[in-house]
Design a protein around this ligand. Structure first.
Ligand code: SAH
Ligand code: SF4
Length: 422
């Protein structure tokens, strides 16, 4: 979602004749789009700001955007007084106004107005080079998991209208995009209206988007298990533009911890959903997020998580050490011993890596469809993404970039596949 917001800010700059550059130390404007999800991400904001302030050119304008801006606006002004503008994730459209006035000085905008955000952003011309694009369809979250800052930094749940989303997809198709990732903090809670005011589910939106000429592939992220409705599950078996890939975070395999986390589902509920999804689309690739060492997690709770992973068999997953976040209900609970935490994280990551290798090994000799998105690491190589969301590299000409081509898999590496054109 931050990538999407960054692209939107880039589009605003371009509309004011400010061109993007990688050379941020010599740029007129630097925008740091920040993440508040874990402490480490937040601390990076301050270390990066320090470096930019020290090494950046004179009179450079520094803007801090994103969720750290939202949560710690005043602290940023204190810790980094040289910052010119602080804008929260629901206020990025205000950048247009500041550039128009040519004055950013010491402003801070952290309103939650998703309607105004998208109304303004809809007017800005989109620039897009790649064949794959994100489209935010839903923002914010009303779930309030006890570890998570998202409901506080991105605000309450808001769905864009179906026609706004269709317009954005069509304009991206005109720019050559073929693969769409529909984004939301809780994307399957989507309930956007059509022009007549009737509300649509995510499944209904995906069907509408898949009928747009030029759209080849659709995926969505991130879903919550309680919003995996039957229409969405069935769609995986019937809509062939929907990629056979589902990221469905479970966070923990222990019922006790799920309850303490306020996840609103049990492990059996999750198993049932996965069973239904696999019935609808037997070869679907699954991934998840896991939080290790949530306060109260015993060895038995941790083993329940390992057991869940062994039973589901994921194609890949992300695992994080629990990070207490200010203002969340779990923030003041007693933390798990650091050594135990490190040990558990290493064990879970080893298991997830093993599963990823095993999953990928099953693809040797099989043919996948790869959307080629650029040159590979080695000379003469190109790379892209399979319909199962795997990274694939092969020898080939760069004129394949932008095409979806069949590739037979010959070898697997830890996080990627190697193949030849089939
Ligand atoms: N809306 C999504 C994910 C939001 S945040 C969902 O409900 O699944 C992305 C991931 O960051 C989460 O899935 C979780 O695994 C992780 N995360 C969130 N807060 C965290 C915290 N305080 N400590 C460690 N990991 C966290
Ligand atoms: Fe955070 Fe996701 Fe829980 Fe919402 S559902 S509070 S975004 S982890």
């Amino acid at each position: 979602m931050n990538v999407y917001d960054s692209d939107k800010m880039k589009d605003i700059f371009i509309s004011h004749n400010v061109q993007p550059t990688e050379d941020y130390l010599n740029a007129d404007f630097v925008v740091l789009n920040t993440c508040h999800i874990r402490e480490k991400a937040t601390e990076k904001t301050y270390s990066n700001l320090g470096r930019i302030n020290k090494k950046g050119k004179k009179n450079q304008k520094i803007i801090v955007a994103g969720c750290v801006a939202q949560a710690e606006g005043e602290l940023i002004q204190k810790r980094a007084p040289y910052v010119d503008l602080v804008i929260g994730p629901q206020s990025i459209q205000s950048l247009d106004h500041f550039l128009e006035r040519n004055d950013l000085s010491k402003n801070s905008v952290t309103e939650f107005d998703a309607i105004e955000k998208f109304d303004t952003l809809n007017q800005i011309k989109r620039n897009q080079n790649s064949k794959s694009a994100f489209v935010t369809i839903q923002e914010g979250c009303d779930k309030f998991c006890h570890f998570c800052v998202v409901p506080y930094t991105r605000g309450s749940e808001y769905s864009r209208t179906v026609y706004e989303i269709e317009d954005e997809v069509k304009s991206l198709v005109d720019l050559g995009v073929v693969e769409f990732t529909l984004l939301g903090q809780n994307v399957n809670a989507f309930h956007g209206n059509d022009a007549s005011g009737q509300s649509h589910s995510l499944a209904s939106l995906i069907n509408a988007v898949s009928e747009i000429n030029g759209v080849e592939r659709i995926t969505y992220s991130t879903s919550h298990p309680v919003n995996m409705t039957d229409d969405l599950i069935q769609l995986h078996g019937t809509n062939h533009k929907l990629m056979p890939f589902l990221h469905l975070p479970v966070q923990s395999g222990s019922n006790k911890i799920l309850k303490l986390m306020n996840r609103k589902h049990s492990r059996d509920f999750y198993f049932d959903i996965i069973e239904k999804v696999r019935k609808a689309k037997p070869d679907i690739a699954l991934s998840s997020d896991f939080i290790i060492g949530f306060p109260g997690e015993t060895q038995k709770d941790f083993e329940d998580t390992l057991d869940l992973i062994r039973r589901i068999k994921y194609m890949n997953s992300y695992s994080f050490k629990y990070s207490p976040r200010p203002g969340t209900p779990a923030a003041n609970k007693e933390e798990i011993n650091k050594d135990i935490l490190d040990e558990r994280l290493a064990i879970i990551q080893e298991l997830l890596d093993e599963q990823q290798m095993e999953y990928n090994r099953n693809f040797i000799t099989k043919t996948v469809k790869v959307l080629i998105d650029g040159a590979g690491k080695l000379n003469g190589q190109i790379k892209g993404k399979s319909e199962f969301n795997q990274s694939v590299a092969l020898e080939g000409e760069e004129n394949y970039i932008g095409q979806i081509i069949p590739v037979q898999i010959k070898d697997v590496k830890m996080h990627s596949l190697i193949g030849v054109r089939a």
